[in-house]
Design a protein around this ligand. Structure first.
Ligand code: PBG
Length: 329
């Protein structure tokens, strides 16, 4: 065996740039900062409510007053925004409560915009938390019908914009919703309200814990006729292009870690503001392994989020936002 430290390899010693923290910092290609994080919040009715979600330790259903406290904590840690989900008191076939001006999301938007200056407020726009059947839209028999659903999504987006949301984030995966929302916002004088589109949202098993948290598990069937087939990446590029042309200000790939190749292709192809959603199941599996002592949580959280940034995400939506921001402080 030849000595690995002997010539002629001396000319090539990649370890020189790993020798100290100072040189590692100088050659570091990707940075993870709290600024690139968005923290999702589940907002429910009531006051003083902070209800733990069993499958997502550390995450809670929060009444508006508690959501404001959580948003303040995020802001103090340098996190750029929150993404709001609503848990209405009652549901119906049409998901009527999604556009209620006094619903939990609309109320929380107003309270956070008033109480936490400088923090961006994104709102998830979908009907699944509001429909009695748990589907993302209006049903005709067993089928989620596209255009009547888009009408409801537009009404929902307008109610969020009226409350003061900075960006609406449609997560339903209906056709034509970005253009329809953009037109309606512009017509109603909300030209400054942006759209973060869940463009490449895959039909994923990793949303399981979220559906516990939001009570949005479909009562029958699944979401395969609107969410994307996990096998496809060229399709993701096509739908991202459609959303950009329709007026999306930023696009998203979701989930994150199993789809890092999609994220990289989207960022490289379009060079557009790109978000990745590190979803509930991705959070829960790290939590579960950490609770058993099988993984060093702090290390793997930062490594995971850095990996998502390296693949091309400008912004990461993650339930680990507060935890990561504390580690980065
Ligand atoms: C609403 C919505 C979902 C998620 C974000 N928006 C659930 C779904 O599509 O079933 C998932 C987020 C997560 O798992 O963290 N449609």
């Amino acid at each position: 065996m030849s000595n690995p430290d002997a010539r002629p390899q001396l000319a090539r010693r990649p370890r020189r740039v790993r020798a100290s923290e100072a040189i590692r910092a100088l050659v570091r290609e990707t940075r993870l900062t709290p600024e690139s994080l968005i923290y999702p919040l589940f907002v429910c009715e009531g006051h003083d409510v902070r209800r733990p979600i069993a499958s997502m330790p550390g995450i809670y259903q929060l009444s508006v007053d508690e959501a404001v406290q959580e948003a303040m904590a995020a802001r103090r840690l340098g996190i750029s925004g929150v993404l709001l989900f609503g848990l209405p008191a009652d549901k119906d076939e049409m998901g009527s409560k999604s556009s209620d001006p006094s619903g939990p999301v609309q109320t929380a938007v107003r309270a956070i915009k008033r109480g936490v200056p400088g923090l961006l407020v994104f709102t998830d726009v979908c009907l699944c938390e509001y429909t009695s059947h748990g589907h993302c839209g209006v049903l005709d028999g067993d089928h989620v019908v596209n255009d009547p659903t888009v009408t409801r999504l537009v009404e929902t987006s307008l109610s969020h914009a009226e409350a003061g949301a900075d960006f609406v984030a449609p997560s339903d995966m209906m056709d034509g919703r970005v253009g329809a929302i953009r037109d309606a916002l512009d017509e109603r004088g909300f030209g400054a309200t942006g759209i973060l589109s869940y463009s490449a949202k895959y039909c994923s098993g990793f949303y399981g814990p979220f559906r516990d948290a939001a009570g949005s598990t479909p009562s029958f069937g699944d979401r395969r006729t609107h969410q994307m087939d996990p096998a496809n990446v060229l399709e993701a590029l096509r739908v991202v292009q459609i959303d950009i042309e329709a007026g999306a200000d930023a696009v998203m790939v979701k989930p994150a870690v199993p789809y890092l190749d999609v994220l990289q292709r989207v960022k490289e192809t379009f060079g557009y503001p790109t978000a990745a959603y590190h979803v509930s199941g991705e959070y829960s599996m790290l939590k579960a392994a950490a609770e058993r002592g099988w993984l060093d949580e702090d290390r793997v959280v930062l490594e995971t989020l850095l990996g998502i940034r390296r693949a091309g995400a400008d912004m990461i939506i993650t339930y680990y936002a507060l935890h990561a921001a504390r580690l980065l402080a």
